[in-house]
Design a protein around this ligand. Structure first.
Ligand code: ZN
Length: 299
């Protein structure tokens, strides 16, 4: 994934969201960074003050044991969420396209962001999986040079670009952003990690079956180039997310196609970053309330 991924801040740091408060994770311990250092407590406020935070965090103590079930999205309210289509050649091929010469960019509207172990409502029967590396912007900037791009990246996390393929296929040409922005369609986590290996394995499991597996080194446009290309147009802001595209193996390109059901558990994993475990529930049955009701009494 490009020439250089490693970060310049020194030791690897892991920032998480524990019950809505920013914590520094060391092994199985969490340190509340507001109590210990005056940063946050909102994870978004830590990203706004990233340089001072990382300088402090290098010598922070280890904290205390915590309940991983309380982890929320490490970046709960990004202002901009960029996503890149067809960024792995085998996925472009399975989708029936040539590898793109320029990044194909859409948005996941920020209300879709969810935590690393949530149960997400399925709005239809064509919801598909896409495991992705997500880059998190620390220091913002406009027209960032590719050679300086990683100075603007706070770290990396695992993401799922959940997609409702029926909505995605509405209209000609098809459109991506709405179909990928239902509530919960952007789970991220479990932590923001300041480094990821350039050739880390990226894997998606549907129940016990590996459905996607690749190396981050297979990406067409690496994180530095994406930061440069996106910021050439949009000023990037602290906490912005870049979903960097998915490998081959999505459900709607299988024979026969396969989509998520309320019985499935989806595991999304990147070596060194951890994993998401996402469960699903069906849309609640229609109750008859509202203007579409056909059984309203007219007495
Ligand atoms: Zn995607």
């Amino acid at each position: 994934m490009g020439r250089r991924v490693r970060h310049a801040v020194g030791a690897v740091m892991r920032l998480a969201n524990l019950g809505g408060r920013a914590v520094l994770i060391t092994g199985d311990r969490a340190l509340d960074v507001f109590d210990a250092g005056g940063f946050g407590p909102d994870p978004m406020a830590v990203l706004e003050n990233w340089a001072a935070f990382t300088a402090w965090a290098r010598s922070a103590p280890a904290g205390s044991p915590f309940d991983p079930a309380l982890l929320g999205p490490p970046v709960p309210r990004p202002r901009q969420v960029f996503a890149v289509a067809l960024n792995y050649p085998p996925h472009a091929a399975e989708a029936g396209f040539e590898p793109p010469a320029d990044p194909l960019v859409f948005t996941k509207f920020p209300t879709c962001i969810a935590g690393p172990q949530e149960t997400i409502e399925l709005p239809g029967d064509r919801v598909d999986w896409e495991v992705e590396l997500v880059a998190v912007i620390g220091r913002g900037g406009h027209r960032i040079a590719e050679t300086r791009a990683l100075d603007h990246v706070a770290g990396y996390t695992v993401g799922q670009d959940l997609s409702e393929r029926r909505v995605q296929a509405l209209g000609k040409p098809p459109q991506f952003s709405l179909a990928k922005s239902f509530p919960g369609f952007g789970p991220i986590g479990p932590k923001l990690v300041t480094e990821v290996a350039p050739d880390a394995a990226i894997t998606c499991l549907l129940n016990d079956e590996v459905v996607q597996q690749a190396s981050l080194a297979d990406m067409i446009f690496g994180v530095p180039e994406l930061v440069a290309r996106l910021s050439a147009v949009c000023p990037l802001l602290p906490g912005d997310l870049i979903f960097t595209g998915t490998p081959a193996g999505v459900g709607n390109r299988r024979t026969p196609p396969r989509y998520l059901t309320a019985a499935d558990v989806l595991t999304s994993r990147i070596d060194g970053l951890g994993e998401l475990r996402t469960r699903f529930r069906a849309t609640p049955p229609w109750t008859g309330a509202g203007r579409e009701s056909t059984s309203r009494s007219v007495s």
